[in-house]
Design a protein around this ligand. Structure first.
Ligand code: COA
Length: 326
């Protein structure tokens, strides 16, 4: 039976580091508040003019090399991002241009922090269905471009980065299950209000700072724990597995307290939960992608291990998938 497996992972974090101490100089906050409330110590920030496609390109090059595939072999490119280079063309098209790839299907996915899980699941299904053979899936974000650095309730949370995975057709079943959910009735609790068709950019939208992330953190926190537990429980059930079978849970890195609450409800000991939020903060779709790559680089994912990705984000959207490493 035809399925897909991951054959290469890559990540790229821009070199510039913004620490909690740096933020103390910009807004009324403290390292102590940020650390205890979120678990974040520092995050990466791009230089001016760097777009999501540039970060995606760096991560993709590494993933392709590790996959031992040439860019011409790639026939599907999916980029998950809420900070695309432009509204159009898609960041996937820009990535294709940077890579010099030709004749690949290119599209972006807007599923916020669940974007990488959504994109991986789509690529898996496209390959399983026989439409494509080799897919490049990237989560890439320049969240600093939509972060209001005068709003202490959001600017301490977000960072920039990219992670990439190369999938190829395989007769081994590596993706055991996937689930994606959404609830548009709660779209207002995490939103970029202006810049789209409903509220195009104007002097007023700029004056009112409507091109920055607006978030109701408390409300989001409660929903996040519930939907992440639900998504992971569903995919484990679908795969005929239990929490004890999981080698590594890779949750979305939004808040360490959310991660701990999810792990507790899933009955997962924390040593089986991957956490890198201290170094990078919340990078939306790039968080899961970078965490997966980093966990693999650190030797925490080996052959036959069971890995669960579990993410949620603005939309609201959420998703989880179970991967047996082959
Ligand atoms: N530094 C210092 N104080 C801050 C602060 C900061 N950076 N940000 C907020 N505060 C203050 C608030 O003004 C509030 O003060 P008040 O009690 O005097 O009004 C107090 O801290 C508590 O704020 P609250 O929003 O209740 O804190 P919290 O414990 O809920 O933590 C978040 C805030 C954002 C860290 C938390 O709600 C969260 O992580 N939510 C989920 C966010 C998320 O997942 N977003 C991305 C989705 S992908």
């Amino acid at each position: 039976m035809r399925s897909a497996k991951i054959v290469g992972l890559g990540k790229y974090l821009p070199p510039k580091v913004l620490t909690n101490a740096d933020l103390e100089k910009i807004v009324d906050t403290t390292d102590e508040w940020i650390t205890t409330r979120t678990g974040i110590k520092e995050r990466r920030i791009v230089e001016k003019g760097v777009g999501s496609s540039h970060l995606a390109y760096e991560a993709a090059k590494i993933a392709l090399k590790r996959a031992d595939l040439k860019v011409q072999d790639i026939d599907l490119i999916i980029v998950a991002s809420i900070t695309p280079d432009n509204q159009f063309p898609s960041t996937a098209c820009y990535l294709q241009r940077h890579l010099g790839a030709r004749c690949a299907c290119c599209f972006d996915i807007s599923a916020a922090c669940a974007g990488f899980v959504y994109a991986l699941s789509c690529a898996w299904q496209f390959i399983k269905g026989g439409l494509y053979k080799n897919a490049l899936v990237v989560g890439s974000e320049v969240l600093s471009s939509i972060t209001d650095f005068s709003d202490r309730s959001t600017c301490v949370l977000f960072g920039d980065g990219a992670g990439a995975a190369v999938l190829t057709a395989s007769d081994k079943e590596s993706f055991l299950s996937a689930y994606m959910g959404g609830d548009g009735s709660q779209s207002d609790i995490l939103i970029l209000p202006a810049g789209g068709s409903r509220m195009p950019a104007s002097h007023e939208t700029v004056d009112q700072k409507l091109h920055y992330i607006k978030m109701k953190g408390n409300e989001l926190f409660r929903v996040a724990v519930r939907v992440m537990v639900d998504a992971a429980s569903r995919v484990l059930k679908q795969a005929g597995l239990e929490s004890k079978d999981v080698t590594l849970l890779i949750p979305h890195q939004a808040n360490n307290r959310i991660i701990k609450a999810v792990a507790k409800r899933l009955n997962m000991p924390l040593d089986k939960v991957y956490v890198n939020i201290a170094q990078y903060g919340n990078m939306s779709s790039a968080s899961s992608a970078v965490a997966l790559c980093e966990a693999w680089e650190e030797g925490r994912i080996k052959k036959d291990d069971i890995v669960v990705l579990d993410a949620f984000g603005g939309g609201l959207v959420w998703g989880s998938c179970v991967i047996r490493w082959v």
